[in-house]
Design a binder for this molecule. Structure first.
Ligand code: 5AD
Ligand code: FES
Length: 347
């Protein structure tokens, strides 16, 4: 414990550790050292964001995807997935519902769907910004050309989420077909940041083939990129993918990584993800208590919820947005933190 405590103190003091020390921090964790780690992460997040937990309304507007990532339930080869697209009007309806519930950030997430040309995305983004100038719009629609990202930014999009998935080349190839590359993914993130977006990267915890060394690379990549947001959650198998029989990511490891990311990046916006809530009934609460400060309830229309299944057993697919907000409000209050209605910009 003393060595672990020293590492945690050093990480909090300098926001960094040598690779081998990060590896040891992960490998030698005990329930006792985790408790200390989480307490430090809470202190650091409270110094920057107080007790506030920000909410983002997630609008899953298309589950068509041209990609075939081995882990993902909406990959193009997942034949059992019923595909849908929301119209611009349906998306705006989601925003209306969300705005009335207090949401001031809308996250448009979808598969890489050619139907949504740059022009269509621009029209959706400017439509939302026109109706709700007080709200932030986040895009999470995968890899596109720099010119497209520039057009989205000009249309008023504020933020962009693009998880890097793994910072190790070889591991990246274990998770993706050969037409996808880590180099291009990283290029997209660099472009997005350069254009002026608040950017989010991130990865799955416990994805097939992941080794502790890969997690260290993920942490190092995050330190290089210096994103505004980091999305991490456990890998959860989906029955209609090549990884159907793989084991899911661990709760403790995910919490430990959330806390480490908080110590390395005191200002980062860090969601307690739906995947975390899926592997443990109090997963999101535990995430908040390990340093997370964002939740992303679903604003998608109820009839499409069950079709946006990136992994099996996803929670909240049968609930109205209003129910999720009420439920989350209580859950977060139970941790001593507070769900707030605010754009929740990076500080
Ligand atoms: N388990 C957990 N997370 C997943 N994602 C995709 N498939 C899975 C899965 N099976 C994550 C990816 C992606 C984000 C939108 O969802 O990290 O970037
Ligand atoms: Fe959706 Fe609890 S957050 S039902």
């Amino acid at each position: 414990m003393t060595r672990q405590k020293q590492r945690i103190d050093e990480l909090r003091r300098s926001n960094t550790l040598p690779g081998e020390e990060l590896l040891a921090l992960l490998a030698e964790a005990t329930p006792e050292s985790d408790e200390y780690l989480f307490a430090q992460a809470r202190t650091v997040r409270e110094a920057v964001y107080g007790k506030a937990v920000y909410m983002r309304g997630l609008i899953e507007f298309t589950n068509y995807c041209k990609n075939d990532c081995f882990y993902c339930g909406i990959r193009r080869s997942a034949k059992s997935t019923q595909r849908y697209r929301l119209t611009e009007e349906q998306i705006l309806d989601c925003c209306d519902t969300g705005h009335a519930l207090g949401f001031r950030t809308f996250v448009l997430q979808g598969g890489e769907d050619g139907f949504y040309t740059d022009e269509r995305i621009v029209s959706i983004v400017s439509g939302i910004k026109e109706r709700y100038p007080d709200c932030a719009v986040t895009l999470s629609i995968g890899e596109r050309e720099r010119e497209s990202y520039e057009a989205f930014y000009k249309a008023g999009a504020d933020r962009y989420l693009l998880r890097h998935e793994t910072a190790d080349e070889e591991h990246y190839r274990q998770l993706h077909p050969s037409e996808l590359s880590l180099t291009h993914r990283k290029q997209c993130l660099a472009d997005l940041k350069d254009i002026g977006f608040q950017v989010g990267c991130g990865f799955m915890v416990g994805s097939p083939g992941q080794k502790p060394e890969h997690l260290v690379k993920d942490l190092q990549f995050i330190s290089e990129l210096q994103p505004h947001m980091v999305g991490i959650g456990p890998f959860v198998p989906h029955h209609d993918t090549p990884f159907a029989k793989e084991t899911q990511g661990g709760l403790e490891l995910t919490l430990r990584l959330l806390a480490i990311i908080r110590l390395m990046h005191p200002h980062v916006l860090l969601p307690a993800t739906t995947a975390l809530g899926t592997i443990d009934p109090r997963g999101r609460e535990k995430g908040i208590l390990a340093g997370a400060n964002v939740v992303m309830p679903n604003l998608s229309p109820r009839d499409v919820r069950k079709k946006y299944m990136l992994y099996d057993n996803k929670i909240c697919t049968g609930d109205e947005a209003a129910e999720c907000v009420r439920c989350l409000e209580k859950r977060i209050a139970s941790t001593g933190y507070e769900l707030v209605c605010d754009r929740g910009d990076y500080r």
